[in-house]
Design a protein around this ligand. Structure first.
Ligand SMILES: O=P(O)(O)OC[C@H]1O[C@H](OP(=O)(O)OP(=O)(O)O)[C@H](O)[C@@H]1O
Ligand SMILES: [Mg+2]
Length: 180
């Protein structure tokens, strides 16, 4: 049972699914007459992306980038490592970056600068979660699902040391799991 490691469920499976539909409707409008490249940032964005795209009623192309800066820690190393780059060129494309969480903002800041350098036509950010208290660089998403408090959250793609990504809800991990 994974639930025994969870202090508190912050966002239930139902609330997540409701919000994902809402975001999908907004993105349907945004991209009605365009053909954006929707880029999922692995691994965390996988469940959110998979659910979200089913609610975008417009043509979209998918690609993935695997970047990592947390490793097994609960604070960002500050160094964004590209584990896998895109297969598609972003030059001249409308880009939609799909993320699970913005915390320090360093990951997205790095990616936005990279896609600007690679000459994307437009760049929009959608994130399921935003943790404003963690912010180290000035960065705002265009579409945000939920604000989360200053706690290390897991589930629905978010991990601690590669675990808990498969929980269907967002929860706060018990302190004893990561402080020893
Ligand atoms: O705003 P930041 O402080 O940069 O944090 C957010 C990023 O950190 C997590 O990724 P992580 O590096 O843990 O890789 P993962 O998605 O494979 O877990 C998360 O999925 C975001 O990409
Ligand atoms: Mg992680």
């Amino acid at each position: 049972m994974l639930k025994k490691d969870i202090e508190e469920i912050l966002i239930s499976e139902e609330k997540i699914q409701e919000k994902v539909k809402e975001l999908g409707t907004q993105l349907t409008e945004e991209y009605q007459d365009k053909f954006p490249l929707a880029i999922g940032i692995l691994k965390g964005a996988l469940p959110f992306m998979s659910d979200l795209i089913k609610h975008i009623d417009a043509h979209i192309e998918l690609d993935f980038m695997d970047v990592s800066s947390y490793g097994n820690a609960t604070v960002s190393s500050g160094e964004v490592k590209i584990v896998k780059d895109l297969n598609t060129s972003v030059e001249g494309r409308d880009v939609l970056i799909i993320e699970d969480i913005i915390d320090s903002g360093k990951t997205l800041n790095y990616l936005v600068e990279l896609f600007k350098y690679r000459k994307a036509k437009s760049i929009k950010l959608v994130t399921l979660l935003d943790k404003p208290s963690g912010r180290k660089v000035d960065l705002k998403a265009d579409y945000v699902g939920f604000l989360v408090p200053d706690a290390f959250v897991v589930g629905y793609g978010l991990d601690y040391a590669e675990k808990y990504r498969n929980l269907p809800y967002i929860g706060v991990l018990k302190k004893e799991i990561y402080s020893f």
